[in-house]
Design a protein around this ligand. Structure first.
Ligand SMILES: Nc1ncnc2c1ncn2[C@@H]1O[C@H](COP(=O)(O)OP(=O)(O)OP(=O)(O)O)[C@@H](O)[C@H]1O
Length: 359
């Protein structure tokens, strides 16, 4: 699968721009702020119906305009696929595949598998557990539609249970039977999600460790720990056990929405004890493991977006990454870099066809 053509109208800093891509490697080079990342984000948008960088949809419309259009032409399984994603202020986002609009944008997820590696991934290390859960959920959902729907159902029930707890507190009342209905539903969806997370991590963690070893030259030991109360007890019991606490807090304090992934280097949290280069290597390994996992599960080679990837990495680590990319294992790759010379040098060592776009 690869992206042949991309046309942007009013997307971020681009009024109107057209690209024709190489089926293997494409590089965007130019000074800071010229829009290199914005092009990668437009490609991300075509796969996920949203921006990787800006969650406020309307902020992706060029300043002073009231709509954007991202138009992509792909080749997938020997067929041409035309995906158009558009947004007009005050309206819902529309994603069309070959002229037909999706009823639910989530139905499009997984159709064009894609992995992005970007400096913004740092959020996975420095931000709260929510970012790590979203990462894990994103990887699993790209190859398992029922996971995404269980997750959406779980979140709906969770919001209802939280509203009920607030209602009880505001009205000085309590109804165990109604609460039990929500507990059972949370237990049903939550247990299913938990089981899928466990089996996902069983496969994912060894792949991740392998990738880290290649990038770092086996210099240090890394690990990912799944932190979940559901490893200790069933969700129904946990909900019963935290009833008084939940009533006091007026929200649900236990469940798969509290799960986390602990990222460790040499047995210590990487957030506190990893150097910048080690943290970056960790994140790249995480994303390459995501690539591997999706490729195996979805049986399609994802598009790979490498945003500013070579910054802060020593030559050895860059060489290791290049050796990874110089392989038929990867499909189409998009690279952004401020240093035109460095990119050209790196890309030349990879024995694949390429195109460089100077912005
Ligand atoms: N909605 C918008 N309308 C107009 N311009 C926007 C919008 N959103 C972002 N921009 C502009 O896009 C530019 C940033 O683009 P981008 O992040 O792609 O740069 P870059 O080339 O990747 O830079 P760097 O090398 O610093 O990473 C900024 O100048 C920013 O003002």
């Amino acid at each position: 699968m690869f992206l042949k053509k991309l046309a942007l109208i009013n997307y971020k800093n681009f009024s109107s721009q057209n690209f024709e891509f190489d089926h293997k490697i494409n590089c965007f080079v130019g000074p800071n702020g010229i829009g290199k990342t914005n092009i990668l984000d437009a490609i991300y948008h075509l796969s996920f119906s949203k921006s990787y960088f800006n969650p406020v949809a309307t902020q992706n419309i060029k300043h002073g305009e009231d709509f954007f259009v991202i138009d992509g032409e792909y080749e997938k399984d020997g067929r041409e696929e035309k995906i158009i994603c558009s947004l007009k202020k005050g309206m819902k986002k529309v994603v069309k595949r070959n002229g037909k609009a999706y009823e639910k944008l989530s139905d499009h997820i997984g159709f064009l598998p894609l992995v992005i590696i970007s400096p913004a991934d740092r959020d996975l290390i420095i931000e709260g557990s929510d970012t790590r859960r979203k990462f894990m959920d994103g990887v699993i959902s790209q190859s398992d539609k029922s996971y995404l729907s269980s997750l959406m159902n779980y979140n709906k029930v969770l919001a209802q249970r939280n509203s009920l707890l607030k209602y009880f507190a505001a009205n000085h009342t309590f109804d165990r039977t109604t609460l039990a209905v929500y507990n059972e539903q949370l237990d049903r969806y939550g247990t299913e999600i938990h089981k899928k997370r466990v089996s996902f991590l069983e496969v994912f963690i060894p792949i991740f460790k392998e990738q880290y070893e290649v990038i770092s030259g086996a210099k240090e030991e890394v690990h990912i720990n799944y932190d979940s109360k559901l490893l200790e007890d069933g969700l129904l019991n946990l909900l019963e056990g935290s009833l008084e606490k939940d009533r006091a807090l007026q929200y649900t304090s236990v469940g798969i929405h509290k799960d986390d992934l602990n990222f460790e280097i040499e047995g210590f949290p990487i957030k506190k004890f990893g150097s910048q280069g080690q943290q970056k290597s960790f994140l790249i390994a995480l994303k390459l493991a995501q690539f591997n996992f999706i490729k195996t599960q979805a049986k399609t080679t994802p598009i790979l977006l490498l945003d500013d990837i070579f910054d802060k990495l020593d030559e050895n680590r860059v060489a290791h990454i290049v050796s990874l990319v110089d392989d038929d294992y990867f499909g189409q790759i998009f690279i952004s870099d401020t240093h035109a010379d460095r990119t050209e040098e790196v890309v030349k060592t990879i024995h694949k066809s390429y195109k460089i776009f100077k912005l």
